[in-house]
Design a protein around this ligand. Structure first.
Ligand code: CA
Length: 545
């Protein structure tokens, strides 16, 4: 930001600062009642700061009480803590599911995902990190990419880096859970980074990401490799796993099948069969379970599974993939119902990053600016559904803020073991169990922070998104699709502020008519930056250098 512009903003900010940040309610002899403070329209709700190493959260005692009562009743009925399932789709656009505006409208109906939303809580303001692996590490560690240091996905056998984090799987294991990872891992291939060494009792899936198994085999997209025996032979010798694998806690992984193009096309069916069998086996267990089920689809390049080619009205492989994902979500939820476990199982359905546009038309749909790899809404805003029949009221919809880091704290809250949250490092997640489970629950998160490649990019506060770094992808012209192929990171000459209610596509920066946002932005950014003084950011584990 240029000094002149900062000076103007600071001058206006100073005039407004004491009024905005110290409202009369704070000093009045007759403060407003708690009910007013907790009203969703109150812009500055009371904040609980438990300790320096934990993200502060909004104080909502009534919904917390309702939630603890519900969980106590469930435990009495089932004799164990609730099961936890994550259904993590790869690269799905915010708008792909029908209940988020896509479905029939984009040539890929998703009736089962829509039913899940109708039976649960649809979350319209859920945020991931900007790409695959950073988000997976964030969900498992409760920490933003600037803290866990995994700035980008490890490719072709790179080490990853999750081993340096405390995973929610390892903590749930300590809380008495049976833990199982199925599907895409992509948190590192080396032994110390493999899932069975990071808190999971068992793993069935692949270690990398779908395109590294097939791009060099595909004569359509990469003829210069696939049709050249010398180059193809060289890539086949790259030291990375090319198989679907399985293994148990602490043991070695063994190959199950080769991930050539047919192997990859059908792998999500294999993953589904494994998870369905796992869920059935757990029905009679006296221990709760945690299932981390990660789809390979709908990450490029999509090859239809058997029976799915042309199943979608659009006939495109991505859309056929969405139909397959929808079927799998339906079958997994039905298995929970059939085995009597639905009521005692919390399920989160979401995507690991925003829409991928670089590979269009093998790409999804989102009504936002930008795409995967950027901090624009298109890169980080993902569809979210939470489902727990009987505990999460059916048919709720909320735009309350959710950072997928919150999964970490929320899971431990459901397990009744928030005491296991580490204290030796900063945890960015907040416990959202009362948002999800209380019938009229509101989000416990005040702010979402966006970092990329070691740079602070933006915050989301209420309906506002305010940037100090932007990824330049053009101004929305037809050539401006994609985030990773074409995007360049720029330091904003001034703060870019958008009102996402009236400008969801972030096309009308409005800071000059919203100068009152400046002091708020500066305050919350400064508070966030102060957390790094006591808990410095980790040296990058995986970055571009
Ligand atoms: Ca992804």
């Amino acid at each position: 930001m240029k000094k002149r512009n900062v000076g103007i903003l600071l001058l206006m900010a100073a005039i407004l600062l004491s009024w905005v940040l110290h409202p009369a309610m704070a000093t009045s002899a007759n403060p407003p009642p708690m009910a007013a403070l907790l009203h969703p329209d109150n812009p500055f709700p009371p904040i609980t700061r438990e300790r320096d190493s934990l993200q502060p959260y909004i104080t909502r005692p009534e919904q917390a009480k309702e939630t603890s009562d519900k969980l106590a009743a469930l435990e009495k009925k089932f004799g164990k803590k609730p099961n936890i399932i994550v259904l993590l789709v790869d690269d799905m656009g915010w708008g792909d599911p029908g209940c988020f505006g896509g479905g029939e409208a984009v040539g890929a109906p998703t009736p089962k995902i829509d039913k899940m939303a109708a039976e649960g809580l649809r979350l319209t303001s859920t945020y991931s990190q900007h790409t695959c692996t950073p988000t997976r590490a964030t969900m498992l560690s409760g920490r933003l990419n600037i803290r866990h240091g995994i700035y980008r996905p490890p490719m072709y056998g790179e080490r990853g880096g999750i081993a340096e984090e405390v995973t929610v799987a390892s903590l749930l294991k300590r809380a008495g859970y049976t833990t199982c990872a199925v599907g895409k891992w992509h948190l590192g291939e080396t032994k110390e980074n493999q899932p069975q060494n990071n808190g999971f009792d068992e793993f069935f899936g692949f270690l990398g990401v779908s395109n590294i198994y097939t791009e060099w085999r595909d004569p359509y997209f990469n003829p210069e490799i696939a049709n050249n025996p010398f180059f193809r032979g060289a890539i086949e010798k790259f030291p990375f796993s090319k198989h679907m694998v399985k293994g148990k806690r602490g043991g070695d992984l063994e190959n199950v099948k080769l991930l050539d193009i047919p192997g990859l096309a059908n792998c999500d069916i294999d993953f589904k069969n494994y998870s369905v069998e796992f869920i059935k086996q757990q029905a009679d267990s006296d221990k709760p379970f945690f299932l981390w089920h990660c789809f390979s689809k709908v990450h490029f390049d999509n090859y239809p599974a058997e029976g799915y080619a042309g199943r979608s009205p659009s006939k495109y492989p991505y859309k056929d993939g969405m139909v397959e994902v929808d079927d799998i979500v339906g079958e997994i939820l039905q298995t929970l119902k059939d085995t009597g476990q639905a009521e005692n199982t919390f399920v989160l359905f979401t995507s690991d990053n925003g829409v991928e546009e670089d590979t269009w038309p093998d790409a999804g749909y989102a009504p936002w600016r930008g795409s995967k790899g950027t901090s624009w809404e298109g890169g980080v805003r993902v569809s979210g559904i939470v489902w727990m029949p009987g505990s999460i009221k059916a048919g709720r919809v909320s735009d309350g803020l959710v950072d997928l880091a919150d999964f970490f704290n929320t899971s431990l809250a459901l397990a009744g073991r928030k005491d296991l949250i580490p204290r030796d490092r900063y945890i960015d997640g907040v416990d959202q169990s009362s948002f999800f489970l209380a019938d009229k629950g509101l989000s416990n998160r005040n702010i979402v922070y966006f970092w990329s490649d070691g740079r602070f990019h933006a915050i989301r506060w209420r309906e506002y998104k305010i940037y100090t770094h932007i990824v330049n992808i053009g101004n929305g012209s037809y050539s401006a699709m994609g985030g990773m192929n074409q995007g360049t990171v720029e330091t904003a000459d001034k703060a870019f502020a958008f009102n996402l209610y009236v400008d969801p596509r972030e096309r009308r920066p409005m800071v000059i008519r919203k100068t009152w946002l400046a002091p708020i932005m500066m305050k919350v950014r400064a508070e966030h930056m102060r957390t790094f003084q006591k808990y410095p950011a980790k040296k990058p584990v995986v970055n571009l250098e």
